[in-house]
Write a protein that binds this ligand. Structure first.
Ligand code: 5GP
Ligand code: ZN
Length: 116
């Protein structure tokens, strides 16, 4: 897809620090990490967000989830990790190519909401 940042990373037009790749997916380090281990996993196929997952294309989500434990270990999340996919405006999605954040490498705060 034109003008999609993560499609450009998949094409190799934008460099990334790769953690894992195969025919279906790519995992690379987030450029602005929010934890010592912060890896993004994306399908090679352009899917805009969780909102665009259907019965027809959900196989890639299953493949990604089956690989996440290995990717998390490769990325340095040895003692556990959190998987997040921001979808849409309220979640603060900024790149509209489906991606799963793997966060770990430290004890993560329990809440995802800012403290009052
Ligand atoms: P979102 O906010 O859509 O859930 O997550 C997008 C993520 O992509 C952000 O955490 C951001 O730091 C990361 N990101 C944005 N541009 C780049 C880039 O060019 N390279 C890498 N590796 N990560 C990026
Ligand atoms: Zn894309």
């Amino acid at each position: 897809m034109e003008n999609c940042l993560f499609c450009k990373i998949i094409a190799g037009d934008i460099p990334s620090a790769k953690v894992y790749e195969d025919d279906d997916m790519l995992a690379f380090r987030d450029i602005n990490p929010e934890a010592p281990c912060h890896v993004l996993v994306i399908p090679r196929e352009h899917i805009g967000s969780m909102d665009e997952i259907t019965a027809e294309n959900s196989g890639i989500a299953a493949k990604i989830f089956a690989k996440i434990p290995e990717i998390a270990r490769l990325g340095g999340c040895e003692n556990g990790y959190r998987v997040i996919s921001n979808c849409g405006a309220d979640a603060g999605q900024t790149v509209f190519h489906l991606h799963f954040h793997i966060l770990g490498g430290t004890k993560l705060p329990v809440t995802v909401l800012p403290k009052a």
